[in-house]
Design a protein around this ligand. Structure first.
Ligand code: MG
Length: 445
C-alpha cells in the first residue's frame, strides 16, 4: 500500500501526483472513517488548484454521506478554529503550505481542531486502498457555506488587549491567505501596518512561500527603508511566522518561539514546553528561567500534539516558526504567534533586537544533502555507527550531542533529502559541526 501522508498531510504535484480523483477518494475515505455521517469543515488556500480540490473533496465527502461546511479561502489556523467553533466532526484543509504553486495538499483535522494523528492517517490510507463506502442517493450529504474568519478574528481580539505602543510593522504574507487575517488584526490591535505581497495571487509572484531568510530580503529591506519597528512573514497557509528586527536581521523560528514562550508562560507554575529535536537549546534556557521543563519529540506537527496529549503542555513549537498555544488551538498558529510576539514586544517596550538579546545567543547552520528515499534508512544506520563514540539521541534521525553544541541529521518526510542542523555558542563551531555532518552524510550515501 502506498504511503499517502508525509509530515503534514498528503502533498503532491497538481494533476500529476495529486489529481481531483485522488482528492475525491480521500474525501470518500474520510466520510467512511467517520461512519458515513456527520459534518465536515472544508477550507482552502488561494492556489490555482485549491478551488478544484475543494470541489473534489466536497464530492467525496458528500458521496460518503457527510454534510460539508465550506469556509472558502482561509488560513490553516482559521480552519482549525472553525472546525471546533461550528462543532464539526472533522475538518479538511486544502493547502500545500510552503511548497511551490504547482503543488497542493490535503490535511485532515480532528473535531477538537488538531491535525489527525499518524494512526488515523494510516486508517485513512487503508480505506483509500480498499475503496471508501458510497451511500444511497437519499443519504448524500448537503453542502453549506459559513464564515469562519469573522468569529476567528473576534476571538483573537477578545483575548488580546490593545497594545500600549504604536508599532510600525511591515507584514509579508507572500500573496497568500495570511493576508486575510494578520494585517487586519494587527491594525485593530493598534499597529501601523504596511503590507507587501498583499494581493491574493495563486501563482505567488512576490516571493517563494517558505519564510526562510533567502525569501525575505524584500521584507528586511522594507523594514529598514520604512524605519519600521519590525517585519512579520507567514508561509503559504499562515501556520508559521518569522520576524525581522528593526535592523533587517531575520530571527530564527525557534528564537521567536522562545521569546513568545518566555512572555506567554510568565507566572505559570512549572510550565512544560513541547518541542522537537530540531529546535535550539535556547528553549532549555527559557524553561530553566521559568522553572519548567522541555519535552523533545520527532519533527512534525502530529508529534507535538501527540506529546501534548500524552504528557500535557503549555506551549509547543518547531524550529520553522510554528507555535502551538494549547490553551487556544491545537494547531500550529502563525497568526497567534505574530500577535503574541507583538504582545511580548509591547510589554517590553524595547526594540526587537533588544528583546532578542534578553536570551543567550546561539548560532545555527542548516544544510541539506540529496539522497534517494530508498537509501535513507541504510544511510542512517551507517551514520549511527560512525558517531557511536558520542552521546546520541535517536528520537528522530540521529542527534549527536557534543559538549559545546549538537548536530542533527534526519531524513525529510516529504523530499528525497537529508537535513543537517548544527547549533553551537559560536558561529565557527556551528559551521564546523555542520561540515562534519555533511562530510559523514555524503560518504555514507
Ligand atoms: Mg504551513
Amino acid at each position: 500500500m502506498p504511503k499517502l501522508f508525509g509530515t503534514f498531510g498528503v502533498r503532491g504535484l497538481v494533476n500529476l501526483e495529486l489529481t481531483p480523483k485522488n482528492v475525491f477518494d480521500l474525501g470518500l475515505a474520510l466520510a467512511t472513517h467517520l461512519g458515513n455521517k456527520g459534518l465536515v469543515a472544508v477550507g482552502r488556500d488561494n492556489r490555482t488548484s485549491s478551488e478544484m480540490f475543494e470541489h473534489a473533496i466536497t464530492a467525496g465527502l458528500t458521496a460518503g454521506g457527510c454534510d460539508v461546511l465550506q469556509f472558502g479561502m482561509v488560513p490553516t489556523p482559521v480552519l482549525s478554529f472553525g472546525t471546533r467553533h461550528f462543532s464539526c466532526d472533522a475538518g479538511v484543509m486544502i493547502t500545500a503550505s510552503h511548497n511551490p504553486p504547482e503543488y497542493n495538499g490535503v490535511k485532515f483535522w480532528d473535531r477538537d481542531g488538531a491535525g489527525f494523528e499518524r494512526e488515523r492517517e494510516r486508517m485513512i490510507e487503508k480505506i483509500v486502498a480498499r475503496g471508501g463506502k458510497r451511500v444511497d442517493w437519499k443519504k448524500i450529504g448537503e453542502v453549506n457555506q459559513a464564515d469562519a474568519l469573522e468569529p476567528y478574528i473576534r476571538a483573537v481580539l477578545k483575548r488580546t488587549p490593545k497594545f500600549e505602543h504604536k508599532w510600525k510593522v511591515v507584514v509579508d504574507c507572500a500573496n497568500a491567505v495570511g493576508n486575510l487575517a494578520t494585517p487586519r488584526l494587527l491594525r485593530k490591535l493598534g499597529c501601523k501596518v504596511i503590507s507587501i505581497n498583499s494581493q491574493l495571487d495563486g501563482t505567488f509572484p512576490g516571493r517563494k512561500l517558505e519564510p526562510v531568510p533567502e525569501n525575505l530580503t524584500l521584507l528586511a529591506k522594507t523594514v529598514v527603508d520604512q524605519e519600521a519597528d519590525l517585519g512579520i512573514a507567514h508561509d503559504g497557509d499562515a501556520d508559521r511566522t518569522i520576524v525581522v528586527d528593526e535592523k533587517g536581521e531575520i530571527l530564527t523560528g525557534d528564537r521567536i518561539f522562545a521569546l513568545v514562550a518566555m512572555h506567554h508562560l510568565k507566572g505559570k507554575k512549572r510550565p512544560r514546553i513541547v518541542t522537537t529535536v530540531a529546535t535550539s537549546s535556547v528553549l532549555d534556557d527559557v524553561a530553566k528561567r521559568l522553572g519548567g521543563n522541555v519535552a523533545r519529540t520527532k519533527v512534525g506537527e502530529p508529534e507535538i500534539i501527540g506529546e501534548y496529549r500524552k504528557g500535557g503542555g503549555d506551549i509547543g513549537g518547531e524550529e520553522n516558526g510554528g507555535v502551538f498555544f494549547f490553551d487556544w488551538l491545537f494547531c500550529r498558529e502563525g497568526i497567534m504567534t505574530a500577535v503574541k510576539f507583538m504582545e511580548a514586544l509591547d510589554r517590553s517596550g524595547e526594540s526587537v533586537s533588544k528583546l532578542n538579546k534578553s536570551l543567550p545567543p546561539y548560532f545555527q547552520v542548516k544544510k541539506r544533502v540529496e539522497c534517494p528515499n530508498h537509501l535513507k534508512s541504510k544511510v542512517l544506520n551507517v551514520l549511527v555507527k560512525r558517531f557511536k563514540k558520542h552521546r546520541l539521541d535517536r528520537t528522530d534521525g540521529v542527534r549527536v550531542i557534543f559538549k559545546d553544541g549538537w548536530l542533527l541529521i534526519r531524513p525529510s518526510g516529504t523530499e528525497p533529502i537529508f537535513r543537517c542542523f548544527a547549533e553551537a555558542k559560536t558561529r565557527s563551531r556551528a559551521e564546523e559541526l555542520a561540515n562534519l555532518g555533511i562530510r559523514e552524510l555524503k560518504s555514507a550515501i
